[in-house]
Design a protein around this ligand. Structure first.
Ligand code: PLP
Length: 451
């Protein structure tokens, strides 16, 4: 077979630099990684197996996406069957049944009135799609002057030019020129001085939503198309919305005719105890962007949920006219649809959306037991999401976080994520209390060892 075996990969793990040179890795310190590669060979349930044969507990559901656990036979079978039945069908002016069926099933679990679904292939594409729909929506309604977009500091909305423009992570922006024009940013809500070691949502900070009124007053509401925020920012190190904050943002958007987009690429599909964070927080946006957990990470796919009002605003004019000049060759790809449909079956049959509510209190106690360990300056949690913030080393921001992440992997067989000095956790939703104990025992041991 031409497929590299685990044995080949094992060789690669200790390879000369030439063997690892060709692949330019994304969001990775390439030269550092290639000196001591962290290579995974296979996965099942809560565990990866590394190329050197270790069982590595997955504390991050891959990249926040494998919510139903790895290699679920129902999902694997559906993908295999679909590949042998219909590998591809054109997405423009042609179709196949699966995206229609999938959209209907997704609409059924989405909050009212978000009952229309546009398919993409990633979170970044979902974000760019939602921003474009927002701009086009105002235009088709005769309000084409509404072109301004508002994001947030510390926001992560993927890596398209739209996403980095509304995003607020400096390194993701500063190398890439002047971005989209007419974008403002709300302040982020992380305040560890006031809210440090909060359990669940921080009590203080809802007033930060009022900054939206300031931006609206500065530009005039009639120029603003949309606000995009992550209900919980993941990539910036798990930043939680203060109690009442999202509701207030919704109210201000409503008052001024501004669309509200929730980027639920991370929080969607059960991460916080309902299908979507919008439902858990009781605040319904006009659009929701998703990806990741939609297919359990098994095949790339994203989806944008829009309200009926937005969708219907486009359904005018001659019947033969294309309503939205936007889409991807792989929108509604058969393999992705098959994976998503099977994933939804598993979420439903195994009750995984409820897991974050059932296990949330145990998770909360477990993660907060790390308070008091050396260099731990904050602990944050909500649903089955968590973050442990470490004090930066004097030599530089991110060094301690990286060391903990790397040692967790090599010494404790635990996969966590580091962003700067924040250790982020988001396990597959199939975990049990023993897995939770194991995650925090191993993380605590590593934090002590790096002190
Ligand atoms: N939006 C959010 C909130 C995300 O967390 C991510 C990825 O982590 C994205 C967008 C981008 O998704 P992708 O990497 O699939 O393009």
């Amino acid at each position: 077979s031409d497929t590299p075996s685990a044995h080949d990969l094992q060789a690669l793990a200790t390879a000369t630099p030439e063997r690892t040179d060709a692949f330019w890795m994304p969001f990775t310190a390439n030269r550092q990684f290639k000196k001591s590669p962290r290579l995974l060979a296979s996965a099942e349930g809560m565990y990866y197996r590394s190329v050197d044969g270790r069982e590595v507990l997955d504390g991050t559901a891959g990249l926040w996406c494998v919510n139903a656990g790895h290699g679920h036979p129902h999902i694997v079978g559906a993908i295999q069957k679909q590949a042998a039945t219909l590998d591809y069908a054109p997405a423009f002016q042609m179709g196949h049944p699966l995206p229609f069926i999938l959209a209907e099933r997704l609409a059924a679990i989405a909050p009212d009135p978000l009952k229309h679904v546009f398919f993409t292939n990633s979170g970044s594409e979902s974000v760019d799609t939602a921003l474009k729909i927002a701009l086009a929506y105002h235009r088709v309604r005769g309000e084409g002057q509404r072109t301004r977009l508002i994001g947030r500091e510390k926001g992560y909305h993927g890596v398209g030019f739209g996403g980095i423009s509304v995003g607020g992570m400096v390194n993701n922006r500063k190398f890439f020129g002047s971005m989209l024009p007419g974008v403002d940013h709300l302040p982020h809500t992380l305040d560890i001085k006031r809210n440090g070691f909060s359990r669940g949502l921080p009590a203080r900070g809802a007033e930060l939503a009022e900054d939206l009124e300031r931006i609206v007053a500065l530009h005039d509401a009639s120029t603003i198309a949309a606000v995009i925020i992550e209900p919980i920012s993941g990539s910036a190190g798990v930043v939680l919305p203060p109690e009442g904050y999202l509701k207030r943002i919704r109210e201000i958007c409503d008052k001024h005719g501004i669309l509200l987009i929730f980027d639920e690429v991370i929080t969607g599909f059960g991460r916080v105890g309902k299908a979507f964070a919008a439902q858990r927080f009781g605040v319904v946006p006009d659009m929701i962007t998703t990806a990741k957990g939609l297919t359990n990470g098994a095949v790339p796919m994203g989806a944008v949920f829009t309200s009926k009002g937005i969708h219907d605003a486009f359904m005018h004019g001659p019947e033969g006219a294309i309503e939205l000049f936007h889409g991807y060759t792989y929108s509604g790809h058969p393999l992705a649809c098959a994976a998503a449909l099977a994933t939804l079956d598993v979420y439903e049959s195994e009750g995984l959306f409820e897991k974050s509510i059932e296990l949330g209190p145990y998770w909360e106690d477990a993660i907060h037991s790390l308070k008091g360990l050396p260099n731990v300056i904050d602990v944050r949690n909500y649903g089955l999401v968590g973050a442990v913030e470490l004090a930066a080393r004097p030599e530089g921001v991110g060094q301690r976080g990286y060391e903990v992440f790397n040692r967790c992997y090599f010494e404790q067989n635990l996969m966590v994520r580091c962003t700067g000095d924040v250790i982020a956790l988001s396990p597959p939703l199939i975990l049990n209390k023993e897995h939770i104990d194991r995650i925090f025992d191993r993380l605590a041991a590593t934090i002590r060892a790096t002190a």
